[in-house]
Design a protein around this ligand. Structure first.
Ligand SMILES: Nc1ncnc2c1ncn2[C@@H]1O[C@H](COP(=O)(O)OP(=O)(O)OP(=O)(O)O)[C@@H](O)[C@H]1O
Ligand SMILES: [Mg+2]
Length: 286
């Protein structure tokens, strides 16, 4: 059985996964293990895990516990332990859904533009690469991450639907906003950045107009023009698009096109990074 290529965008709110069978996503909240009196279902993504002496819950169930401490780390570097657990859970869910006999993977994973530096990337590669034993829902798994590459969030979404010329990509996440400029498929660093706010840290979906205003301000700081060709992705892409369109005259969502085993699949803008990462995995690993 060959190695499975996966693109994994393990966000602070949801992990988005793309591979040759299609996509998957789950709530990335993680909390410490506790004795549960009532085995209540919170969501189809509820998981109990044990890894390397650490026990916990993940998924929608954990997102309810999160409110009382622990919680998501809305940071700008994902080179920490939770990233490994989120990635293993992503691989678990993907194989369970589509291909239960697969256990070896080549990955392209994401990192915010701001921490997209050789040292930070190497930390993530060292964290993920190799053999991992994890218990999920009381079943033991052995996953092997063969080759691992790190792509920039926002910028990597380009590969979900490549365009000619100069384009701007705005990836609005739960704790970060990535703004990327590409020229003929090349990332332009001095016109790209990560901003340290997102939907959850700026008051939630109800405050979408504030977030739109902040995004426009950030774009202006980067000297982006109103007439630039702009693409939007992330979990609130379709809600925020009309608000951003009051400023940007040439703006549209990224419509990810996934080259699956069964032909081209069209997915929601929220999967743009994951599909872009998967395309990079296909191009890199074959
Ligand atoms: N399935 C969903 N149902 C309801 N709201 C959602 C859903 N998915 C995303 N959202 C909303 O969109 C926001 C951004 O989601 P997204 O998945 O882009 O964040 P993320 O990639 O996990 O975060 P970050 O990139 O900052 O790590 C969330 O904070 C949430 O408010
Ligand atoms: Mg994100």
């Amino acid at each position: 059985m060959g190695v499975l290529n996966l693109g994994i965008d393990a966000g602070n709110y949801r992990a988005k996964v793309a591979g040759p069978y299609g996509v998957d996503s789950y709530r990335t909240a993680i909390c410490d293990w506790f004795e549960r009196n009532i085995e209540e279902d919170f969501g189809e993504d509820d998981m109990e895990f044990a890894y390397n002496g650490r026990k916990g819950f993940a998924g929608t169930l954990a997102s309810y516990e999160d409110q009382f401490g622990g919680g998501a780390m809305y940071g700008d570097s994902k080179a920490h332990d939770d990233t490994l657990i989120r990635t293993l859970l992503a691989a678990y869910r993907y194989t369970k859904k589509y291909c239960p006999d697969r256990g070896r993977f080549n990955l392209v994973v994401g990192q915010p533009i701001v921490s997209h530096k050789p040292k930070e990337k190497q930390k993530i590669i060292d964290l993920l690469q190799g053999s991992h034993f994890i218990t999920i829902n009381r079943e033991d798994f052995h996953f092997y991450f063969d080759q691992v590459s790190v792509a920039a969030e926002g910028s990597g979404a380009f590969w979900a639907s490549p365009k000619r010329g100069q384009i701007r990509i705005i990836d609005i996440g739960s704790g970060t906003v990535n703004m990327a400029t590409l020229n003929h498929a090349k990332h332009i660093n001095n016109a790209s950045a990560t901003f340290n706010y997102g939907v959850e840290t700026a008051g939630g979906k109800e405050n979408i107009d504030n977030i739109a205003r902040a995004v426009i301000r950030s774009a202006t700081q980067l000297k982006w023009r109103q007439s630039d060709t702009v693409f939007v992705c992330g979990g609130v892409a379709s809600d925020i698009l009309p608000l951003l369109a009051e400023h940007f005259t040439n703006i549209q969502p990224i419509i990810p096109q996934l080259n699956s085993y069964s032909g081209t699949q069209i997915h929601l803008p929220t999967f743009a990074n994951a599909v872009g990462f998967y395309e990079l995995a296909r191009l890199t690993y074959g």
